[in-house]
Design a protein around this ligand. Structure first.
Ligand SMILES: Cc1cc2nc3c(=O)[nH]c(=O)nc-3n(C[C@H](O)[C@H](O)[C@H](O)COP(=O)(O)OP(=O)(O)OC[C@H]3O[C@@H](n4cnc5c(N)ncnc54)[C@H](O)[C@@H]3O)c2cc1C
Length: 619
């Protein structure tokens, strides 16, 4: 251990992850906490990290309140509809009422926004989306964070949260290691804002072997946002609500601009509108939800999956009509160049020119995230002016551990935040964290050297394991006494894929499969004590895997608990194929006991605040 130097840093606000939410939190923390010490720690480099690393072509969440385009209430109704009723409306409303101010700052900071030449307004791609030339989106928000923080630490992966030893259930900071130097870093902090993104690669991806790493969701998003709070005993919500995306095949290029701006549409191999064919069957499963407008994302996936299973594939996006218009053709290509260059490369390699050939679509493997069209994540307090008592415990976006805050993908129950909403939520969390410190809620924190030393031993254990176990390698990477991170990852992915509703079973699972999945995950957890790492990069892989594994356990427990199929097209409970509003019109909340590792589950009411308030006003 002595060879890994330990660095100590004491601060007021520690931001874990410098993606969209983390940069928003770092920026806003400085606004309210002028004299506070603010540190942001990032696993990669904040200039190009997180889901927005490569850039975006649209900001997907902008109300346009200055022009009366949309109001926060409209966005709550939209998210509620898309999530089949299951959202935290207090959180969604709170984000929506602030998100425009965030976008206006991006504009001031130099993000190239497309404008509607006739109206002078931001150019709409859809009701909520505005179009940008967003290749440099991430460096621009990173600059704001860099100017606000006392220090940004790049290349440090946070592995554990520190807990206060003087008061139960209060956070005391976090620890991690530098992936370049191998140094150990202890951050003792009065508040921690976890903004570490969602989770890819917990389910087996479609692209394996030569294509490994090619997923829709950023392959480096490893679920630390969930694993850190889960391991510390924070409550989580809606972790069963994993996301499956319908995207261009093999490159996972985005379809939003195609549907909304280019007005392209899908059809089966016979040129038919297959969605209509599945209307009656879907109505049987979910009732009137299929008649909602817009059709919830999961139900559109459902029609796609059913059509493919019935032999109607491949499904195509009809681009050949729109691409005859030179302007739309340019937009179609630029859309990829700004955010998913790989899709253009895939088409080139497969000889697909969308002007003459309709490209194929696919449904992705499932991912876990809280800011896109699903809302898995931490159970947090809402804002005091909106939240019912069950949703409020003092500080906005504070988890069920005192002093621990979350934003972006970390926070559950509030879907459709996207990049702008995640940055906004980071701002909201930071404002509340400053208040928490000003209210003297972090007084008397105690984090002993022993706690830090114990974590240090744990963090570097995979290096020790490898050093000893490499002597027993029987061939290649096979050893009786350790597993490598990639071996562990592939085992995890198969368990999740085959038992918890991945692509192997067309997203189908049931209680018996989930039970078996949980058993296998428990054995994997045991074996992960023997994960070995030959260098610091593999050490990162080992910790990414451990974070993915604990996130997967939580997803599986939640999937087991909700005895209905709420979101056909995201996953199916074969033993409860129908949506069941009588018993399951509620949010699911879990807690893992850090001492025993056992999960407990509960149902929490879902309050439809927006229309309830309107009903009250009317009466
Ligand atoms: C493929 C894709 C396309 C999208 N398209 C759009 C779009 O067109 N428009 C739009 O508005 N939104 C879009 N989004 C949504 C948007 O990217 C997310 O909503 C947003 O990035 C979430 O912010 P976040 O901060 O929670 O996560 P991220 O931005 O992903 O940031 C998480 C950060 O945490 C860091 N991190 C992770 N683990 C650790 C750890 N253990 N220690 C330290 N640091 C860690 C990561 O490196 C990363 O920098 C898209 C998302 C994806 C995945």
């Amino acid at each position: 251990m002595a060879k890994h130097k330990t660095h100590y840093e004491d601060c007021d606000i520690l931001v874990v992850g410098g993606g969209m939410a983390g940069t928003g939190a770092t920026f806003e923390a400085r606004h309210w906490g002028r004299d506070m010490k603010i540190i942001c720690v990032e696993k990669a480099n904040i200039d190009r990290s997180g889901a927005v690393a490569q850039g975006l072509y649209a900001i997907n969440c902008y109300m346009g309140m200055q022009w009366g385009e949309n109001q926060p209430e409209d966005h709550v109704r939209y998210a509620r509809n898309d999530l089949m009723g299951m959202v935290r409306e207090d959180l969604g409303y709170d984000m929506a009422r602030h998100v425009d101010s965030t976008v206006h700052m991006f504009d001031e900071w130099g993000l190239p926004m497309m404008k509607n030449e006739e109206t002078g307004r931001y150019l709409r791609e859809g009701k909520w989306q505005i179009m940008i030339h967003g290749e440099s989106y991430k460096p621009i928000v990173a600059e704001a964070a860099k100017k606000s923080a006392d220090k940004i630490y790049n290349r440090i992966m946070i592995t554990h949260l520190l807990m206060d030893e003087s008061q139960e259930n209060r956070v005391g900071g976090a620890v991690g290691f530098n992936m370049r130097t191998g140094d150990f870093h202890v951050f003792r902090a009065k508040t921690v804002i976890v903004a570490a993104g969602g989770a890819s690669h917990i389910f087996k991806p479609r692209a394996v072997g030569e294509g490994m790493g090619r997923t829709w969701y950023a392959p480096w998003s490893n679920g630390s946002a969930y694993a850190l709070p889960i391991a510390a005993g924070a409550k989580m919500t809606q972790m069963e609500n994993r996301i499956v995306l319908c995207r261009f095949k093999d490159g996972y290029g985005p379809v939003g601009a195609y549907f909304l701006h280019l007005k392209t549409y899908t059809q089966n191999a016979n040129g038919e509108n297959y969605e209509k064919k599945w209307y009656d069957q879907t109505k049987e499963l979910v009732g009137e939800y299929i008649d909602h407008h817009p059709t919830p994302t999961c139900l559109r996936n459902h029609a796609f999956i059913q059509e493919t299973m019935a032999g109607g594939g491949p499904i195509h996006m009809v681009t050949t009509e729109a691409f005859q218009d030179p302007h739309l053709e340019t937009v179609g290509w630029e859309n990829f160049l700004g955010m998913t260059v790989g899709q253009a490369v895939v088409w080139a390699s497969q000889n697909i020119d969308p002007k003459y050939t309709n490209p194929e679509l696919t449904t992705s493997e499932p991912y876990v995230m809280g800011s896109h069209a699903t809302c898995s994540g931490a159970w947090v307090s809402g804002p005091e002016d909106l939240s019912p008592p069950e949703y409020f415990w003092g500080y906005n976006r504070m988890l069920t551990i005192d002093g621990l805050f979350g934003a972006g993908d970390t926070v559950g129950g509030s879907a459709h935040k996207f990049s702008s909403g995640s940055f906004t939520e980071g701002r909201l969390a930071a404002k509340a964290a400053v208040k928490y410190i000003e209210d003297k809620k972090a007084e008397g924190l105690k984090v002993s050297d022993k706690q830090c030393e114990d974590f240090k031993e744990k963090v570097f254990k995979p290096l020790e394991t490898y050093t000893v176990a490499q002597n027993e390698i029987t061939g290649g990477t096979v050893s009786p006494s350790y597993i490598s991170p990639i071996q562990g990852l592939q085992r995890l992915q198969r368990i999740m894929d085959e038992y918890v509703g991945g692509i192997a079973t067309n997203y189908m699972t049931n209680a018996n499969m989930l039970k078996r999945g949980l058993e296998l995950l428990a054995w994997l957890e045991e074996d992960l004590e023997k994960v070995g790492a030959e260098d610091y990069h593999q050490l990162m892989r080992a910790w990414e895997l451990k974070h993915r594994a604990i996130t997967s356990q939580c997803v599986t427990e939640h999937t087991m608990f909700r005895e209905e199929t709420r979101w056909p097209g995201y996953y199916y409970r074969g033993d409860h194929m129908k949506l069941d509003d009588d018993n399951w019109h509620c949010l699911t909340v879990s807690r893992r006991d850090p001492k025993t590792g056992k999960f407990s589950m509960e149902k929490v009411p879902v309050y439809h605040i927006v229309d309830e308030n309107e009903k009250k006003k009317a009466s």
